[in-house]
Design a protein around this ligand. Structure first.
Ligand code: 7RM
Length: 629
């Protein structure tokens, strides 16, 4: 069943296209179902409506935990490596994972959480964050993990959008040399969230916090008392498993919805095949559980496969830029999965941080989150993989749930900066602006997928029409990814980046509209326009053009205040790298900002700004070019 050769891949791929139901029936039969499905798939990309493993009943946590207990209750599920290398490392066996998850699940029940309720998780990268996700899934509650770097107002927006009943959090977080207060952010957010009845607080850093009587409870007071077994709620394949908010080109972040059956089958299948993980291996994904990569390849995929993984609380550069390599050496990591931005930053730090460590345990390297440039690919291959480890450049999205285009480690011949070939079940198609299919090889277009895979987005929470509009309306009958893509002479795919108004900063998706709306909150800002520009380490940086009234104060002070405003409204990940104060923006007669021009200036390419004759006031372009930051 598992792919072990290129022939296996070709056969699996053809099977998945010629007879998708038969193919996925076989894959899905490898899981533990409380009741088998009666029909494999029903779908249309018009409304859209996609259902997999119809009428099947399951609980994903039984597949992540209970199913493995007879054979491997003492095997390690997670090695926890704290932020501080001298801090307390922990290892959590599958039996301990079971007990911890059940205790927390029982605590949630005691707080009145029942099937279908939403629970917000706002926590740093500690084992309890994974317990939290699984405890929700155990009782059929829907988790909404919010990255603990988001601001109070971002957190509040996400809690309000899906009416969370309970928030799981910590007192604080260690991130590099910083102690970050977490609970106070939750407190501020909850001032405007009436749906939340309780907050369960895990004492992690020992920092002083306010506990609101009747609402806030200490995790350590409640959870250890709860029973270490908890029946797993029976879930339908299409019951909600989680909501994860992600940015798009317009408006507020959308709550991407994934459901139980298809997500389980697809994340496990892709984990096992892409990484070629075998018993005894040790997998480390450096993402945060606040992003989809953490959901699918820290929590669910590896646990479904019964794997052992490393869970890391810290950052790549603390106490120095050798930390990743030290951790690989310490635990003898065999599979390492990280983002190009980290690779570029560590490359810039120099080889002196790499050479002290033995990296000979490594067998497979992975990359995710943004295009990996050839330079970074070669550095990773040579200096980390010692030219012996395949690099799987895995392309996928929050909305896809799992990897869609990726090499199979050690099996698919590699080509640097190419995500290579679609995984079984994935049918990519390139289209032009009008939606016509671009056939043949050596071509470029907008990347769409024409057939559902089991973990495709089901809806955007509370607003199905927005899901249709965003992903299924641009090109009739197709799922549109928002990415541009090349197909080379051998049919290999290379993702070139977003073609919409989304910026990818260090692998984090930032909507330009969101940043603009945060900037516009500043009293001295008349209007703003935000674009991405190439950044050596981050992949893309954020460039903001801001119109301030002529009476505005000192521009340098204003820029600082704008940055503070964005930090407050979204969080530090969205803060502009460059701000240019302008007196006007290039607009067409119908009032549309010509972003093409702003992007060119931000990129530093002012030689050919294209046709500016349709602009209302072409002279603003000269001013913008002169004032480039
Ligand atoms: C997994 C994740 C999705 C966007 C996507 C792309 C970009 C992700 C790659 C990539 C080139 C890759 N989910 N992207 N992986 N671009 N090569 N291997 O990152 O929802 O946060 O972002 O990220 O633009 O549309 S995400």
């Amino acid at each position: 069943m598992l792919i072990r050769s290129f022939d296996d891949y070709t056969r699996a791929y053809e099977h998945s296209v010629n007879n998708p139901s038969d193919f996925w029936n076989t894959v899905a039969s490898g899981f533990s179902w409380k009741k088998p499905w009666s029909q494999t798939l029903e779908w249309n990309f018009e409304t859209p409506d996609v259902k997999w493993f119809i009428d099947g009943k399951l609980n994903i946590t039984e597949n992540c935990i209970d199913r493995h207990l007879p054979a491997k209750k003492n095997d390690i599920a997670f090695y926890f490596e704290p932020n501080d290398p001298k801090g307390q490392a922990r290892s959590i066996s599958y039996q301990q994972l079971h007990d911890d998850v059940c205790r927390l699940a029982n605590t949630l029940k005691k707080l009145g959480v029942t099937k279908g309720d939403r629970v917000c998780i706002y926590m740093p990268m500690i084992p309890e964050a994974v317990f939290a996700m699984l405890a929700c899934a155990r009782i059929g509650a829907v988790h909404s993990v919010v990255f603990a770097g988001f601001s109070a107002s971002s957190l509040a927006g996400r809690i309000q959008d899906c009416d969370c009943k309970v928030v799981l959090t910590t007192d604080g977080a260690f991130r590099g040399a910083k102690d970050i207060s977490i609970k106070s952010v939750v407190d501020e957010a909850l001032e405007v969230c009436s749906s939340v009845t309780n907050v369960l607080v895990y004492k992690h850093t020992g920092t002083a916090v306010n506990m609101s009587a009747g609402r806030d409870l200490w995790w350590q007071d409640e959870v250890p008392q709860a029973a270490a077994s908890c029946p797993a709620e029976t879930m339908d394949s299409e019951d909600l498993l989680f909501i994860l908010y992600t940015s798009g080109s317009t408006g507020k972040p959308k709550g991407v919805v994934h459901t139980c059956g298809g997500y389980m089958v697809y994340t496990c299948y892709t984990f096992q095949n892409v990484f070629q993980y075998n018993a005894g291996d040790l997998f480390w994904c450096t993402a945060d559980v606040g992003w989809i990569t953490g959901h699918s390849y820290i929590t669910y995929g590896p646990l479904l496969a019964g794997a052992s993984t490393v869970l890391f609380e810290g950052v790549p550069t603390y106490p120095d830029a050798g930390r990743f390599w030290q951790v690989i050496d310490k635990y003898k990591v065999t599979h390492f999965y990280t983002a190009p931005t980290a690779i570029r930053a560590l490359e810039a730090a120099g080889l002196d941080f790499v050479t002290p460590y033995k990296l000979d345990s490594l067998r497979v390297l992975g990359s995710v989150g943004e295009p990996i440039n050839e330079e970074a690919w070669q550095w990773y291959h040579k200096n980390i993989g010692k030219e012996k480890c395949p690099i799987v450049d895995t392309w996928w999205q929050t909305e896809t749930g799992g990897m869609l285009i990726s090499p199979i480690a050690g099996i698919t011949p590699l080509k640097p900066s190419y995500a290579t070939l679609p995984l079984p079940g994935v049918q990519p198609i390139l289209v032009d602006e009008k939606g016509n299919e671009i056939v043949g090889n050596n071509v470029e277009g907008n990347l769409c997928i024409k057939f559902p895979w089991p973990s495709i987005i089901r809806t955007t929470y509370g607003d199905h029409e927005r899901c249709r509009q965003t992903y299924f309306a641009t090109y009739k009958g197709l799922y549109f990814t928002g990415d541009g893509c090349k197909r080379d002479e051998n049919g290999y795919y290379r993702i070139t980046g977003r073609v919409d108004d989304v910026i990818n900063v260090s692998g984090h998706r930032i909507g330009t509209a969101e940043v603009e709306s945060a900037i516009n909150m500043h009293a001295d800002v008349v209007e703003s326009a935000v674009v991405g520009y190439p950044h050596d380490i981050k992949g893309q940086g954020i460039y903001a053009y801001v119109i301030a009234p002529s009476t505005a104060k000192d521009h340098e002070a204003l820029k600082k205040e704008i940055i503070a405003e964005v930090n407050k409204i979204i969080g530090p990940i969205a803060k502009p790298d460059k701000i240019q104060i302008v007196s006007g923006l290039p607009k067409t007669r119908s009032g549309k900002i010509m972003r093409r021009i702003l992007r060119k200036v931000a990129e530093g390419d002012t030689s050919n700004l294209g046709d500016t004759s349709t602009l209302l006031d072409p002279s603003v372009v000269d001013e913008i070019v002169r004032g480039k930051q």
